[in-house]
Design a protein. Sequence first.
Length: 317
Amino acid sequence: MKTTTRRRTMSMKFMISLASVGLVCLAVAGIFGMTERNVQRALQREMETRLLLEARHLALLSADALLTDYPELTLCPIVSEMLQRRPDLARAVVLDHLGRIQGHPDVRRLGSQLTLLDTFTPHAALASMEDDEIILVNHDIMAARVPARHAGGQVVGSVLVAQDRHHITTALARNRQQVALLTVGLAAVAALVTLLVMSRLLAPLDALRAGLERIGRGDLDTPIRLRSRTELGLLAEAIDTMAADLKESQAETRAKEQEVIATQSEVIHTLGEVVESRSHETGNHVDRVAEGTALLARLAGLPAEECELLRLAAPMH
């Protein structure tokens, strides 16, 4: 008997579920890339706007004080109060028109130049700015520099308000964490839903395989009972039709074989009668050979059909 070895196969449900998870992850990654860029721009615009508002407010308060003989007496308390009120601010400094510090939380810095400016570079701002306003950045800090103007429009100094940029990086990191959790959740849901849907859709494949195996073993009477409105249902109907046609073809073939056998048997019987009409002993000998051959075939364990064929063919020896 011929034996077949079952080759290793991969589950379609697993492959499609894996592809679905990959597509979901790619989609989320693409959305995350655009979202993070938009979030970063929005956070930067918000930070610039807040810095500009604080710097303009401080410049408005500092304009009159810079024209007095002792501006530090007014400006230092204002700067200290601002930093206490806004702990997220990293720097708040008031400069006169010569660039000397006139307002600083550390009174020891009064009258000196602000060396911190050397570490900054101008940055293209997203927020709307007025004339002579500028956004400066370095690796850790973003600052807004705004001129202090007297009521007549004369520039009497400038103010610098800075904030640590970790506010943006912290928000982006939090956003990345949320997106990562969302990605994991969506991937798990996609895998589960895809697995359930594919299990439902591919369930008829087991019935189809079992039906084809029955047909391979010669069972053409048992139909594939598959209630499916998909293409798999049409395939099951086609297989049942094929099995019915094959059964009908086999029946026709067997009928033709029986007809040929009957014809050959009639020819052999006629020949035997002819021989017997010539010699009665020879006719008996032909019958004995036929029956003996059939008996030996049965004793040898041959099927009944083969025994009958031998009985019919033996007289032609």
